[in-house]
Design a protein around this ligand. Structure first.
Ligand SMILES: NC(=O)c1ccc[n+]([C@@H]2O[C@H](COP(=O)([O-])OP(=O)(O)OC[C@H]3O[C@@H](n4cnc5c(N)ncnc54)[C@H](OP(=O)(O)O)[C@@H]3O)[C@@H](O)[C@H]2O)c1
Length: 417
């Protein structure tokens, strides 16, 4: 099938949910029907029609937005959508529960795909089941195109590209710092968290995916020198302050290592990356790092006990579909710094990238990161050696994504430190 046979450039699949709605709103605000043939998809036609009324009511450019209806549990409906679309951009999660048939349909149809997953166990499953087939069919399956893991992965690519150009050598190690931010969490995100802990408790393969720092590397390459995520408060080796473990490190670090592996180890076989939350210097910094580490440890411990996990999911977490309002998604902010350290002909050097914006990281900002990832794939605006495969943002799209995000108000800057 050629691309000209396909009706839609991009289908936002799951557009009636929190993240999907923000993504559809963003794309209809940023692009017109002449620039982008967009459709919204989901399982409930009434909700989709109401969404289209809202989208067209807010926009002078869009009189209508086509709707595609299917169900994540009905593979034939997903095949029909995949065959008729250039890029399926999906926010239907938890991906462990709902994601696999859509990836399979896109791989079969040679359709590009991007998502918001942070479920490492599920990414490992798609790597093992679909990577080779996706290479064969020229389907670019790009996972984790939101706050997990664009800033960390593309931020690392910015650092490494600058190091190679300026010093002729990559950085041997990068540290990713969550330097600031404020935002919210939706019921859908907490449902995915719940699914991740459920998988870790019941599925040995999921446990292995979460234990091994190299679990997302290609088969046969799943070991190395990097010890994996920091689990305790520590004084930082590069900055004069304390750091705590980052809740996103288990995803982001593995995605960055997969980027290095897929690209053929341009950053070296001994490349190390670590993501942390900086907490400041002195006794207050140390106490804050201990409190953050303790809080995360407590949450993980609670989520690892079946009855406690069930009770939290049932009585404490908001329901899927609940989440920030439009105003809340457009507020908030985040700033991530990536510091790289290397050795060139003239001695050691340090490179720093900044990645951030003034919007809620998981929603307003994520809608832009995911939407622009889909547009990059639809337009072929990528810097990647791959026409297909189970890929990462850095390996499957690359620096054109940073360029597009700069155009919509993101900071994505890099220089000597
Ligand atoms: N990486 C990041 O930074 C980031 C940020 C935000 C969200 N996320 C992830 O994105 C995912 C979605 O989050 P969310 O808050 O948007 O969730 P949500 O509000 O619950 O939305 C889920 C969507 O999936 C649809 N859906 C559920 N079951 C379906 C089925 N069987 N067939 C077709 N569609 C189905 C829902 O349709 P109905 O409306 O009909 O129920 C809804 O459109 C989660 O996995 C979350 O972790 C990641």
């Amino acid at each position: 099938m050629t691309d000209t046979d396909r009706t839609h450039d991009v289908v936002v699949w799951g557009a009636t949910g929190v993240a999907g709605r923000f993504t559809a709103e963003y794309l209809t605000e940023r692009y017109g029907p002449a620039d982008l043939s967009l459709a919204v998809g989901g399982r409930n036609r009434e909700k989709l029609d109401a969404l289209v009324d809202d989208l067209t009511g807010r926009s002078d450019a869009w009189d209508d937005v086509p709707v595609v209806v299917g169900d994540a549990t009905d593979p034939e409906s997903l095949r029909a959508i995949a065959r008729d679309t250039r890029v399926v951009c999906t926010t239907v999660g938890p991906y462990t529960a709902y994601g696999t048939p859509l990836v399979e349909a896109c791989v079969e149809a040679g359709t590009d795909y991007c998502d918001l997953t942070g479920e490492v166990n599920w990414v490992r499953e798609t790597v093992d089941r679909f990577h080779e087939a996706a290479v064969e069919s020229d389907a670019r399956i790009v996972h984790s195109c939101g706050f997990d893991s664009v800033p960390a992965d593309v931020g690392t690519l910015l650092v490494q590209s600058f190091a190679a150009e300026t010093y002729g050598e990559p950085c041997e190690a990068v540290r990713i710092y969550l330097d600031g931010g404020s935002g919210s969490v939706s019921g859908g995100t907490l449902a995915s968290f719940g699914e991740l802990f459920e998988a870790a408790a019941t599925d040995p393969l999921a446990r292995e995916a979460l234990r091994n720092p190299y679990s997302l590397a290609p088969r046969g390459e799943r070991s190395g020198v990097d010890p994996g995520e920091q689990r305790r408060p520590r004084r930082d080796p590069l900055r004069d302050e304390w750091t705590a473990p980052s809740p996103m490190a288990p995803v982001n670090e593995r995605v960055v290592r997969r980027s290095n592996a897929l690209l053929g180890y341009p950053w070296g076989r001994e490349f190390k990356c670590g993501e942390v939350v900086p907490t400041g210097s002195g006794p207050i910094g140390a106490a804050t790092a201990s409190a953050v580490a303790g809080g995360l440890g407590l949450f993980s411990a609670a989520m690892s006990v079946g009855p406690v996990r069930d009770a939290l999911r049932r009585y404490v977490f908001p329901d899927p579909g609940e989440g920030p309002t439009r105003e809340e998604a457009e507020a908030g902010s985040f700033l991530i710094r990536v510091l790289g350290r290397g050795t060139g002909a003239d001695g050691p050097f340090t490179v720093e990238a900044e990645f951030g914006t003034d919007r809620d990281p998981g929603y307003g900002a994520t809608a832009r990161m995911l939407g622009e990832s889909a547009v990059c794939l639809a337009r072929g605006d990528v810097d990647s050696p791959f026409d297909g495969g189970v890929l990462t943002p850095a390996s499957g799209i690359g620096l054109p994504l940073a360029e597009r995000l700069r155009d919509v108000g993101f900071t994505a800057a890099v220089g000597e430190s």
